[in-house]
Design a protein around this ligand. Sequence first.
Ligand SMILES: *Cc1c(COP(=O)(O)O)cnc(C)c1O
Length: 427
Amino acid sequence: MHADPRRAIPQTDSLLADPRLAEPQRRLGRPRVRDAVHDAQERARAGALPVAELINHVLRGLPPRATTLRPVINATGTVLHTNLGRAPLSSAARAAMLAAAGYVDLEYDVASGRRASRGRGTLDALRRALPDAGDVMIVNNGAAALLLAVTVLSAGREVVWSRGELVEIGDGFRLPDLVACTGASLREVGTTNRTTRADYAAAISARTGCVLKVHTSNFRMTGFTSSVPIGELAGLGPPLVVDVGSGLLASDPLLPDEPDISGALRSGADVVTASGDKLLGGPQAGLIAGRADLIATFRRHPLARALRVDKLTLAALEATLGGPPSPTTAALHADPDALRTRAAAIATRLGDEADVVSSAGEVGAGSGPGVALAGWAVSIPERYAAALRSGDPAVVGRLSGGRCLLDLRCVAPADDDALVEAVRACR
Ligand SMILES: *Cc1c(COP(=O)(O)O)cnc(C)c1O
């Protein structure tokens, strides 16, 4: 007579009560762990798993964290990699998010015990960072900032906009389509390559809601071209909205073609919109800066409620604005000699298969197209690339000339050991 193998398999509840499964249940929740237990029991019943191995099998199969988002070591050399979540947050911003994760005085004044205005500390930090702004506002992303500004100023009216600046921002999304969603109509002026101040002036009428200038972030036009600087559009009459895109607070000599919010305001823009998670190096957010009377009308519009940011974003943005240089700034301005020294040390640790090669990084996220950031990479055989990507943390390098390049620009020096370990684990 054979013993019924099912007899020997412990019940689900007694497996879930095993002390080794207590921490995973706190980390992932009981249902997730129970599913894994059921799977292990199935295998044991089928004779594919020894009963003594049940718990170990469950532990091996459970994910390391409660999100399926997997940390990545960005060895691509692209600083703002949209597919990798754009700007990595500073440790100050991460700590601020954690502090804001529970109950917080988001809309509460602890001194009086009364309601207080949402995000006031972050707005103050943004005002301090942009002394040229009459007022500021924070929404969900750059597209939301533009949507709100154009809706309030131009719904049912016309947006005067150069044909040279009708931009597709990426993934098939086109700003003219976004603006069309507001109920404003487009009054296109000029041509693809040339638009003059007279073109704008001729298009302005009683139907004009605003003049819109959009930074052509992700492409460059050369040759027989002309566009009208902000200073010449200010004073045309209608409010001038400028979408600078990348969110630089002040100009950066490394990126001479990137407009900054302060500069746009000083040149006469009435409203400036920008992203929080591009060159500013903060969380995904949309920044609006400009005339206080206009921003007051933005705040009261119903869309403002639909576009408002959460407490985690407010916390991370405040810490980014007031805090140490962001990882984005550090990566953009990384010293090439320091990158080379790190690359050499890593290549030495990895042995014969690794070389040090010069490697040009990119700004990314449509900012600074064509700007080559001089740097260095560790070059290893291309066959490592796929295994590196499927590790935890995943390591994403850049394929070039049959090699896998691990560009160190966006790798925090503290991650050099993890990078070496990841490559060794692929051998
Ligand atoms: C990136 C960009 C946007 C969109 O900003 P998100 O924060 O990604 O929504 C809009 N306009 C310009 C010019 C941009 O560069």
